[in-house]
Design a protein around this ligand. Structure first.
Ligand SMILES: [Zn+2]
Length: 434
């Protein structure tokens, strides 16, 4: 007998709360009696822990079942006591048993003892991305044949799950405008001293002449840099970094200060081993890197303690790649991120010495997928007219719809979740509206 699982919707990446509809299809070569047909949705977090020296290195595979939903789809027959499952006969040919299973909103481990059972946000599918760690969802069909062996035939199919962006819709997901700055809070801070320039600088050194004549030390400008982010430190896949960057002049420096280079780097860590992390793997995504920008930050007339904002245009149009796996935590795997902002600052450009200042801060990555998709509707709506794609919904999230409407656009929180291949492909770049 052959057992197959077929889905009403093919190639779908499911998200929180969605319903998987499909059928268990059986092919009987001859008349067969069955006693049970069931389907199970499961989600597992698996890691391999390595330890011990050299060739004796031990490998322990540890699996936690985060999602488990069983549905018995054995046909029932009416009896005097109500409906009852009894063994049933199937003739030669194909037979289909429909099922529906729901992707839960949260994961809750069935492997850990109930005392330390945790509920976590639903982790995204993750396989062949990180060595020794995997998040896998699958549907298993199980058919018990009634014969002397009570043989059970199983069939398993992988499905892909990508979590929703569950933040309140008032939360900024794109680059903030000035009016949004009030929604942000300071979470990274750096102090720096940028060397100034004197008239006799650089040229008088190492040129023979009087070796005792040292150039006078130029004044330095003391600055403080503050990066402000949404309260949940949230950054959104497929959207620009929501950040405001303020630079304060701390001393009365009589000259100009320029920003010459600007770099944002996302550092992803996969911690494997749960509570007592045994190993961590690191990946990098260069979000943006520009140099020779010569952007004036302050001049001689700026008062001490005045703050100037670096214009957001600098990091606009540089969205986080969709290939970034949203932050998550399970019993034995955690995916977390840090954002590294690196700035080259120079007094009296192009004469001063460029000083590099770095800010490093923890951030949470959200998928950017908004709730409300109608997967059953999508089949019949070629132009994606479901509520998920309602432009009005997006406009309420963005103070300006400029980034939504222009040409071949990046549309944050817009459209269906990416297919798994899209989501984890190395091809960086914005998700585009189809
Ligand atoms: Zn667990």
């Amino acid at each position: 007998m052959g057992v197959f699982i077929s889905f009403d919707q093919e190639d779908i990446t499911y998200t929180n709360g969605e319903t998987i509809r499909g059928s268990v299809v059986l092919f009987c070569k001859k008349e067969t009696t069955l006693s049970r047909v069931s389907v199970t949705l499961s989600g597992e977090s698996t890691c391999i822990l390595r330890g011990g020296p050299g060739v004796l290195q031990r490998k322990n595979r540890e699996t936690h079942r985060l999602v488990h939903e069983l549905q018995d789809i054995t046909p029932t027959s009416a009896t005097h006591q109500g409906k009852k499952q009894t063994p049933f006969k199937l003739g030669f040919g194909y037979h289909s048993f429909p099922f529906t299973l729901n992707i839960p909103w949260f994961s809750q481990c069935k492997t850990c003892s109930s005392t330390d059972c945790h509920s976590y946000d639903l982790p995204p599918s993750m396989s062949e991305v990180v060595k020794d760690a995997e998040i896998q969802y699958k549907i298993d069909a199980s058919v018990t044949v009634r014969n002397i062996f009570n043989e059970t035939i199983n069939s398993s199919t992988k499905i892909y799950v990508w979590p929703l962006d569950t933040r309140p819709t008032s939360m900024p997901r794109a680059s903030p405008t000035r009016t949004w700055r009030g929604l942000l809070q300071s979470i990274a801070h750096a102090e720096a001293s940028i060397a100034g320039v004197t008239d006799q600088s650089s040229t008088s050194n190492h040129r023979g002449g009087n070796p005792m004549h040292l150039p006078s030390t130029p004044d330095a400008v003391q600055i403080s840099i503050e990066a402000r982010f949404p309260q949940d430190y949230g950054l959104t896949c497929g959207s620009d970094i929501s950040m405001s960057l303020g630079i304060k002049k701390r001393t009365d420096y009589q000259g100009t200060l320029h920003l010459q280079s600007f770099q944002t780097l996302l550092v992803g860590y996969t911690d494997i081993g749960g509570q007592f992390t045994e190993q961590s793997q690191v990946e990098f995504w260069m979000v943006q890197s520009v140099s020779n920008i010569n952007l004036q930050i302050s001049n001689a007339h700026d008062a001490v303690d005045s703050e100037r904002y670096v214009h957001e245009e600098l990091w606009e149009g540089k969205p986080l790649p969709m290939s970034v796996i949203p932050s998550f935590k399970s019993c034995n795997v955690e995916r977390r991120y840090e954002l590294e902002i690196s700035m080259g600052l120079q007094c009296e450009a192009p004469r001063g010495r460029v000083k590099f200042v770095q800010l490093l801060l923890p951030v949470r990555i959200f998928s950017g997928i908004l709730p409300g998709r109608d997967i059953d509707g999508e089949k019949s709506h070629e132009n994606h007219t479901s509520s998920f794609d309602d432009p009005c919904q997006v406009n309420t999230l963005l103070p300006s719809n400029r980034s939504v409407l222009s040409g071949d656009t990046l549309v944050p929180g817009f459209g269906p979740p990416p297919t798994y291949v899209e989501a984890v492909s190395n091809a960086a770049g914005p998700r585009r509206r189809r």
